[in-house]
Design a protein around this ligand. Structure first.
Ligand code: FE2
Length: 248
């Protein structure tokens, strides 16, 4: 049966990418000429697609639909497009023997930053959209780690307020290496705590609140807290806890 138009275009696109890869990569991935079924190395493939918002943006409390849609489309969506572009550029750059390594690493820096932006934004939107409360198991974990729920929330909020007017993320994370549940300050998309699974993610870049709150970052933090989907946070905690048990 002849290939469909989509199959043909996919095949053609893959062949173009493969043709630009270095001999080392080609050797590692295939020993034959590219065919309709030759896999393209995922490290050099534009595989990222924007995830739809997991909630109705008109129904959040204190975060406008205009703000959320702009954030999702321009900031998150922009990073998805940029990440795909960078990954395709990496393939071509690696095949160029005259490209200085430090120039190549400029692309890898952008790759790291855009990956951080895409992943953190998806985690952020996924933990918004509800008005529930932490379940008993998560509450107990926070109590054990911080002494009280108030202590945990006080620190998380204070870190958010401290990032007002600037950029960064506040993350409640479970460190798989230390086994500790802690709040972490992320300077930007590039920096995340080592070996840590994010449980609750709060975007503190100005684009997350300026449209609704101007420079009043604490008011945005209040609104963020009114919309946390705690069932998602609890599910992440359960998975993180199980992961450490497997890794130990
Ligand atoms: Fe953002």
């Amino acid at each position: 049966m002849p290939p469909t138009r989509r199959e043909f275009l996919n095949c053609t696109s893959n062949a173009v990418i493969i043709a630009t890869l270095s001999p080392d990569i080609l050797a590692a991935t295939t020993t034959t000429e590219p065919t309709m079924t030759t896999p393209v190395p995922s490290a050099f493939t534009a595989v990222h697609e924007s995830k739809p918002l997991p909630f109705d943006p008109s129904e959040l409390d204190g975060l406008s639909e205009k703000l959320i849609r702009s954030h999702w489309e321009n900031n998150y969506g922009g990073s998805v497009k940029a990440l795909n572009t960078i990954k395709q550029r990496l393939a071509g750059a690696l095949a160029d023997p005259d490209l200085p390594a430090y120039v190549y690493n400029d692309l890898k820096r952008e790759h790291l930053m855009r990956t951080g932006s895409v992943v953190l934004h998806e985690l952020y939107f996924d933990n918004l959209g509800a008005t529930d409360k932490p379940d008993a198991i998560l509450r107990q974990a926070l109590l054990g780690a911080f002494g009280s729920m108030d202590s945990w929330e006080k620190e998380f909020r204070r870190m958010g307020a401290g990032l007002g007017g600037g950029s960064g993320w506040v993350v409640l994370g479970y460190n798989l290496h230390t086994g500790l549940l802690e709040n972490y300050w992320l300077w930007d998309h590039l920096h995340s705590p080592a070996a840590t699974l994010p449980l609750l993610v709060m975007d503190m870049y100005e684009h997350s609140y300026q449209m609704d709150y101007g420079a009043a970052a604490p008011a945005y933090v209040d609104a963020f807290f009114r919309n946390i989907k705690w069932q998602v946070v609890a599910a992440r905690w359960e998975k993180a806890h199980k992961s450490r048990a497997i890794l130990a």
